[in-house]
Design a protein around this ligand. Structure first.
Ligand code: URA
Length: 283
């Protein structure tokens, strides 16, 4: 079928256009035929690899004291299986809780915000650290920034459930300050392992902390964004052994967009996301 005649593709483009115009305020005009009744039959596209039924165990906000002391056992699992990937993520979360790298620095946390989403996602978003809302609920990106991230994901024609979302730090920093390099170094092995398990095709880093950590650079956000990079980088902050390269697209953090809600900034983020959509075959 010609791409222009594919109703689901047209519907997706129209929805992306509407969402993008409304939420990001940028001009993206899809080509479609008017009067096509199928435009109402718009279904979210999954960014997941075709995968078997997933484990229903969504990570929950477990008070740290309760979760502590759980013996860490690596389950015997098939690494290519989505349920297996979820089990490995669960085991990694337990390991993080037992190792408690955040005890080596100051935090303002009441819960561990480890990450969530499709364990076999093709697309992974990595932010900086949980804020107050995330700490309270125990899930990443659920506050104002998270609401904008959700809109960005929908504008891409995806659903939040079909991607994986994690942060550099798993605990809220005091006053929501930017993580230090030492804090990122202590927590990086757990993030790297999350990446290894999910094995996405593309990682989008949100903001400077995640961009610099993943790219192994001290470049500014403006220098990093909008250009494809690769993880692991030539000089990672901590060693990463035997991981196949993953494409990385750094872009601005939604919190920055909310602070500086200009057409120029929204256009830059949308341009970065379009590169990701192109590479995933979503346009
Ligand atoms: N900002 C982040 O970087 N991560 C979150 O989870 C929430 C806000």
């Amino acid at each position: 079928m010609n791409a222009v005649d594919d109703p689901s593709r047209i519907a997706r483009l129209v929805r992306q256009h509407a969402e993008t115009s409304r939420l990001l305020g940028v001009d993206f005009v899809p080509s479609f035929r008017s009067g096509d009744s199928s435009l109402t039959e718009c279904k979210p596209v999954s960014a997941s690899r075709p995968a078997p039924v997933l484990s229903a165990d969504e990570p929950k906000a477990v008070p740290e004291r309760e979760a502590r002391g759980v013996p860490h056992a690596e389950p015997a699992i098939d690494p290519d299986d989505a349920a297996g990937a979820q089990a490995r993520l669960d085991a990694l979360r337990e390991r993080y809780i037992n190792d408690a790298p955040h005890e080596q620095f100051e935090t303002a946390h009441t819960s561990i915000v480890f990450g969530e989403g499709d364990p076999a996602a093709r697309l992974m978003f990595i932010g900086e650290a949980p804020g107050a809302d995330e700490d309270r609920i125990g899930r990443p990106f659920v506050g104002k920034s998270g609401q904008l991230l959700d809109k960005m994901i929908v504008a891409m024609g995806l659903t939040r459930e079909s991607v994986y979302i994690a942060n550099v730090l798993k605990t809220r920093p005091p006053g929501n300050r930017t993580p230090t390099i030492e804090e990122a170094r202590l927590c990086a092995p757990y993030l790297y392992e999350q990446i290894r398990i999910v094995a996405p095709e593309i990682i989008v880093t949100l903001g400077k902390s995640a961009g610099q950590l993943l790219l192994g650079t001290s470049d500014s956000m403006g220098a990093m964004r909008g250009k494809w990079a690769s993880f692991p980088p030539p000089s990672p902050l901590v060693p990463v052994e035997g991981m196949a390269p993953i494409a990385v697209m750094p872009t601005y953090h939604p919190a920055f967009l909310l602070r500086s809600y200009t057409a120029e900034n929204r256009g830059k983020v949308w341009a970065d996301l379009k590169l990701v959509m192109d590479r995933l075959g979503l346009t």
